[in-house]
Design a protein around this ligand. Structure first.
Ligand SMILES: [Zn+2]
Length: 420
């Protein structure tokens, strides 16, 4: 079965026809191609690599409707508010909520997902079991990576270290962390040492929530980055949020960014959640809450952006549309020139793929045909500005989702009378 996408614009502004065979992009050409088994006329819309969602919490999505509101709006209250729900989790109920979000994200052009899953003494391994069932059910449709995430701390929450080992044995794909959620800086370092011990034992990558606070004294990134180098784990570590970097002085922050670059660490910023949760203890002016995105990008660090949360005590908004995430980041990080807007699109495609360990996520010949057609827009700039709802999602050469939009106008505009 082959597929022809005709009359599509690529990111570099060329109008092309694309032939897909056996799940691979075979030909991209300005010339006419013969019809295939299946043909899509893109009618001059933009086609790119599919979108990638590198950071989410699918075990906690959509609990906002059944939980007490987060009155202070802080991360710490959100964590505590979730405890009650976690105690009553079932794998089936987690499966329902998570799959609902995945279905939406597929509709928005996402084919690859990385989710964290809480592993702690409250919910134990129940959330992991729910998400592994999702991974199994969607195995032929999307790629889903599951990160075992000790949100409540490891030393602070007795039994979590053993649970993390069990989570890896049960089928988690990566080890996650939350080193700033320990009682002392010494415990934070011990937390990081445990992450590397587990990562090495199971030969998995690390993806750690790190310094998700405005407090400039939260400095676990330095030890995490130096451990990455010392323990020979370059290119295998991602850090999420790193908000405190924005609160630290320019001299210290510059040194840390150099270290992150040297350790080849990926950075995942989560603009929506950070803007909502951070800056809560500030009077005016209130900080925007995200890390030093522009500075990290300029230093050559691989930066990507995540949705993080959808309708939960952490973030009451969100729908899983990575174009919306890019739009929010454009505002929060003040990325507004054409080059910067292009870099936003890289963050939700190539950079996110690199973070997930996928090296061939490019719209070029002889790569897997994981694509999105953004109907009704021609450029990346227009895509992020308009976040068009009509999209076609293609995974390994198969159309897995198509959303069309019907528009009807019930008015007529009188032409202005021009005088000769
Ligand atoms: Zn997160």
């Amino acid at each position: 079965m082959d597929l022809l996408i005709k009359n599509a614009y690529t990111r570099d502004g060329k109008l092309v026809n694309i032939l897909v065979e056996y799940g691979m992009i075979r030909e991209i050409t300005g010339k006419k191609l013969k019809e295939a088994d299946q043909t899509i006329d893109a009618k001059g819309s933009l086609v790119t690599e599919s979108l990638i969602s590198p950071h989410n919490h699918l075990d906690k999505v959509l609990i906002g409707d059944i939980i007490e509101p987060n009155e202070s709006g802080t991360l710490w209250e959100a964590i505590q508010k979730t405890w009650e729900v976690k105690r009553n989790y079932t794998a089936e109920e987690i499966y329902q909520r998570a799959s609902q979000v995945i279905d939406h994200q597929i509709k928005y052009g996402v084919t690859h997902f990385r989710t964290h899953v809480d592993v702690d003494s409250i919910g134990k391994l129940t959330p992991l079991k729910g998400l592994l069932a999702v991974k199994e059910a969607y195995r032929n449709i999307i790629e889903l990576q599951v990160v075992a995430f000790p949100q409540e701390g490891i030393l602070k929450d007795e039994g979590t270290e053993d649970l993390l080992y069990s989570a890896m044995e049960t089928g988690a794909n990566l080890i996650g962390g939350m080193p700033h959620n320990e009682f002392t800086p010494q415990d934070s370092r011990h937390h990081i040492d445990i992450l590397f011990d587990i990562a090495k034992q199971f030969n998995v990558d690390i993806d750690s929530h790190t310094d998700e606070t405005d407090d400039p004294n939260s400095r676990t990134l330095q030890y995490l980055a130096s451990s990455t180098i010392k323990r020979d784990y370059r290119e295998r570590v991602s850090v999420d949020h790193i908000c405190s970097l924005a609160a630290q002085n320019d001299y210290y922050a510059s040194r840390i960014i150099e270290l992150v670059k040297l350790a080849e660490i990926n950075v995942i910023t989560n603009p929506g959640t950070n803007m909502v949760l951070q800056g809560r203890l500030d009077n005016y002016p209130k900080r925007v809450g995200i890390t030093r995105v522009k500075q990290l990008v300029e230093a050559g660090v691989n930066v990507t952006a995540g949705q993080d949360c959808i309708n939960d005590p952490y973030y009451p908004f969100g729908k899983g549309d990575m174009l919306e995430v890019a739009l929010l980041l454009g505002h929060a990080a003040k990325l507004t020139t054409n080059n910067e807007i292009n870099s936003l699109y890289d963050m939700i495609t190539y950079n996110a793929a690199k973070t997930m360990g996928i090296s061939d996520h490019r719209l070029v010949e002889d790569t897997p045909a994981n694509l999105v057609i953004l109907h009704g827009v021609k450029t990346v700039n227009e895509a992020i500005r308009k976040t068009p709802p009509a999209r076609t999602t293609i995974r390994k050469g198969k159309i897995i989702s198509k959303t069309s939009l019907t528009e009807e106008q019930y008015y007529e505009v009188e032409k202005p009378k021009t005088k000769n």
